[in-house]
Write a protein that binds this ligand. Sequence first.
Ligand SMILES: Cc1cc2nc3c(=O)[nH]c(=O)nc-3n(C[C@H](O)[C@H](O)[C@H](O)COP(=O)(O)OP(=O)(O)OC[C@H]3O[C@@H](n4cnc5c(N)ncnc54)[C@H](O)[C@@H]3O)c2cc1C
Length: 442
Amino acid sequence: MRIIDILIVGGGAAGMLAAVAARDRARKLRIPDKDFSIVILERNRLPGEKIRISGGGRCNVTHAAEPDELLAKGFLRKGEQRFLRHALHAFGSDDLLAMLERQGVRCEARPDGKVFPVAGLSASDVVRAFERILEECSVRLEYGCMVSSVERTENAFAVRTDDRTFRASVLILATGGVSYPSTGSRGDGLFFARRLGHSVVRASPALAPVLTMDTPPSELAGVSLRSAAFIASSGGKQTSRRGDVLFTHRGLSGPAVLSLSREVAELFGTQGNCLLFADLFADLDQDALQETLLAETRRSGAKMVRKFLQHCPDGPPAALIPFIMRHAGIPADVQLSGLERGKRISLLQTLKRFPLGSVKSVPLEKGEVSAGGVSLGEVNPKTMQSLIVPGLFFAGELLDYAGEIGGFNLQAAFSTGWLAGREASGEGGDRRRESGDRRNEF
Ligand SMILES: Cc1cc2nc3c(=O)[nH]c(=O)nc-3n(C[C@H](O)[C@H](O)[C@H](O)COP(=O)(O)OP(=O)(O)OC[C@H]3O[C@@H](n4cnc5c(N)ncnc54)[C@H](O)[C@@H]3O)c2cc1C
C-alpha cells in the first residue's frame, strides 16, 4: 500500500485550503504532482457543507480588514488572537478574495466590513469554486469516507474507516467543531486528537441563541431591540454586548445575543443560573435619561408616558412598551406630569435594565460555531503542527477558538488550513528527501 504524502481528514473550509496550500508548496518545491499525493477524506457526499449553509446561503465568506484588525474585531480572547496571528498573516482575506475572484466568484464588502459574493452568486458558488481549485491541484477527494480511528505507527499514521485503512506520512485533522452535527461535524477530530495524546478543551456553545425559562410572550416573538446593550448577570459577575436583540418563540437571538452566548453559556455553566437584561437606552446613563424625561415633562407635561417612550429617538419598539409600563408599575394612561418620583425612578431603572428572563440553556448544536477544541498551547501557531506528535497538524474550528459573527470564522478556518497545508507540505517534502525519496510499503 502506498503511503499518502499528505492526508487530510475533513473537506470543509480548513481541509480544502490545507490541500490547496499543500499542493502550492509542493509545486514551489518542484515536486511533480504525481510524486506527491494529497488526499482528503470526507464523510459527506460533497465538500464544504457548512460553507453551503453559511450566511443563510449567502456565505459571509470573510471580513474586509488587515490581519491585525481582523484579530481585534473577530477574536475576542487574547490567547486566540495570539494563536491565529501567524495564520492570518500567512493567508489573509485579500488572499482568499483573490483566489475566489480567479474562479469568477467576485465578492464585495458591506459597509460593516462583512464580505459576501456579489448579487447573483451564492454560497454554493463559493463551494463550486473550491471544488474546481481542488481539481486543478490534483487533490484526491474520497467522499462518503467516515474516519473512525487514527493511530500513529512507527513511521506513518494509520487512518481507518469501516472498510479501509489509509497510511500517510503527514496527517492534517480538519474535522470542524460540534455544532450543526447534521453537516457532518460531530467532534470526531477531538476524539482522535485526544487518542493521540492531545488535551481537548470541552466543546461549548458560541454564536448560539439563548433559551429562557419563561418563553417570551407570543406578541414579542420577532420583535427586535435595536442597538441595545444585552446584559448577562450571575453570581456577582456581569457581562454585556452592544447590538440588536431579537425575541424568539423560545428565548432570544440576534447579533448581540449570539455574540455574548459563549460568555452566557460559561456563566450559566459555572453558576448554575444566569439572568438576562437589556439596557434600552445604552447611549445614555440613568442621569442623562432622567434629564431627557424631565425636560420633556417641562415641555409637554400632558403627554402620556407611553407616547413619550414611543416617540423617543432610538427608544424601545412599540410592542415592548406595555411590558415596560407593567414592569415599572405605571398605568397605561399616566401623563408625564403625573409621574411621581418613585414611579419615575422605577421607569428609569426598567429602561436601563429591562428583564429578559433567566437562562434555560444555550444549545451547543444550534451555534454557528462551537468554542473549545484542541488546546492551543499544544499546537505551534507558526506551523499548526502538533507539539506532541510529529507530522500531525490541525486546522479550523476543531482548534480551541471561536470568532465573532462577520466572516471571521470562515477566514480563521481558511487561514489555519492554508498554514497547516503549507507547512505540512514542507514537512512531507523534507521527510521524503530524508528518506531518499523512497515510497515505503507497510
Ligand atoms: C448555520 C451556520 C452559518 C454560518 N455562517 C457563517 C458565515 O456566514 N461566515 C463565517 O465566517 N462563518 C460562518 N459559520 C461558521 C463556519 O461555517 C465554520 O466556522 C467553518 O465552516 C469551519 O470550517 P472547518 O473546515 O474548520 O470545519 P467544517 O466546515 O465543519 O468541516 C469539517 C468537515 O469534516 C468532516 N468530518 C468530520 N468528521 C469526519 C470524519 N470522522 N471523517 C471524515 N470527515 C469528517 C465534516 O463532514 C465536514 O465536512 C456558520 C456556521 C453555521 C453552522
